[in-house]
Structures are given as C-alpha cells and as structure tokens.
Design a protein. Structure first.
Length: 271
C-alpha cells in the first residue's frame, strides 16, 4: 500500500522528527470510498483546530489537496494522515521556525465482523483510566499510550471494544471509538473538555441528530447513569455505529434510536 511524506512517495522518516521523539503532532484516520473521503470536512475541521491549539503552522489547503490526490489513487481503504511539527534537536522546546511534516499512509479496511453492527458488541471494562489534561482534551494527538495500554488488557474476539473512564470513574469513550447512551429518548455523549478524543463521526452524528430534531445532551456520564441507559452504542469513522449489548454482566437491547443513528452513519460513510 502506498505512503507519502510531504507530498512524495516515501517509506522512511528522519530520526530527528519530533513526532517520533515527543509525539508532537496530530493524526486522522480517514475512510476512503470510491476515491474520496466521505467525512472530509469534519476531518479537516478537527485537524485545523488541533493545529491551532498546538501551534503547528500547517498549510491546510496544501494538506487538503494532497489528501484528495492520495485518496483518488487509493480508491478504497483507509488513509492515516499524520502531521508532526517537523525536525528538531534534542529538547522539548519547539524550533523557532517549524516546518510541519505531512505523512499519508494507506491500509485496507479492517475486517470487522458484520455481527458487531447487527447484534451489538460486548465491552471490556478497561482498568486503564484517562488522565485529565484540558489543553489536549478532544485532540487526536500522536501520544496514544493510554489507548495502547487499554487495548493490551484483553485478547481474543469476545470483546470488540473497551470501555474507558476517567480518573473520577466517569464514562468517556471506547478505546478507538466514541460512546453514546440513550436515556428517556435523549441522545447523550460525554463532555470531552477534560480528556478523550472528539471523533469526527461523533461530531457528524451530533449535527445530524440536532437536524432531525432529536434531544441531544453533551455532559458528564457517571457510571451509574451509564448502567441505567436505555440504549448504548459506539461510533467511529470506519465502522459507523455498533450497538453495545453488554458490559460487566449488564445488558442492553438494540433500540430504535441506535438503529436510526446507525442508518445515518451508513449514509454519511456511503456504505
């Protein structure tokens, strides 16, 4: 599968890159269908916000042009877009003039079992907790060690995803997805102002739900409220929506609002 660095085919990076040394950068995982990314505007908006908050002077129009050309060549699959601050010497201080590095990698679509979307998944209750850092909250930055540790907690196919909570025990997200609950016909997802990743499918579903006139609430989700939910589902930009059927012996049905948002996600992803 092809890869580009700064707009050219490449298979290697400088060992001086700050993305390698410090995780100093951002990434996007982008579904590509029929040569185009269906959620392009959401990905570009999140990337722009991340660059603004990290102070990385990325040429967003150039990045968009390269991404579209790369996607057209890929046709079908997954593009991982990575932005680093570029090269630097030893030390945390950013270089006075940053030359951001643009990396595009491709891979086939993951072979998720169809049953995940049809019947729902079981969540593994991760012991790894998300630390609170409001300056980085919501960003898809390159340091994902919390997720690496959480994903290493289970093996095999019994669990399709893991449940991640913060240091206070609030429900935040999955290891590689966002989480919604339904309670009394309201669609609820976690406040991500302290920790967590603000996923592009999460953003698209929130916009779509509001456009449909659904009651939407973004707030803290105590674990007790999570267990009292009428429906629970996960979402990300590759698989769309998976209903959650159980965690730690607690079970939920696959409800009508979950199915409604699942259909919206399929339309958004051109599945």
């Amino acid at each position: 599968m092809p890869s580009w660095v700064d707009g050219h085919p490449a298979e290697s990076l400088s060992i001086k890159d700050r993305g390698l040394a410090y995780g100093d950068g951002l990434f996007e995982t982008i579904a590509v269908r029929a040569g185009r990314p269906p959620l392009l505007e959401y990905h570009m908006a999140r990337l722009a916000e991340g660059c603004r908050r990290l102070g990385i002077p990325l040429d967003l129009q150039l990045m968009r042009t390269e991404l579209l050309a790369f996607s057209a060549g890929l046709g079908e699959g997954v593009t991982k877009l990575m932005i680093t601050r570029g090269e630097g010497l030893r030390g945390y201080a950013p270089p006075p003039v940053a030359l951001p590095r643009r990396i595009l990698q491709s891979s086939p679509f993951p072979a998720y079992p169809e049953v995940n979307g049809e019947e729902g998944v079981q969540l593994y209750p991760c012991l790894t907790r998300l630390a609170e850092q409001p300056l980085l909250a919501g960003l898809k930055h390159l340091n994902r060690l919390e997720q690496v540790l959480a994903r290493s907690e289970w093996q095999g196919s019994e669990f399709a995803e893991g449940l991640m909570r913060d240091l206070s025990g609030r429900v935040i997200e999955g290891v590689f997805s966002n989480l919604f609950i339904v309670h009394e016909c309201a669609l609820i997802t976690a406040d991500l102002s302290r920790c967590g990743v603000a996923g592009v499918m999460r953003a698209a579903l929130l916009d779509s739900a509001r456009a449909e006139g659904l009651k939407v609430d973004v707030r803290d989700i105590p674990f007790e409220d999570f267990l009292k939910a009428d429906e629970v589902f996960l979402c990300n930009s590759l698989f769309g929506v998976w209903p959650v059927r159980s965690v730690t012996g607690h079970h939920w049905p696959v409800g009508p609002l979950t199915r409604k948002l699942q259909a919206i996600a399929r339309d958004l992803l051109d599945i």
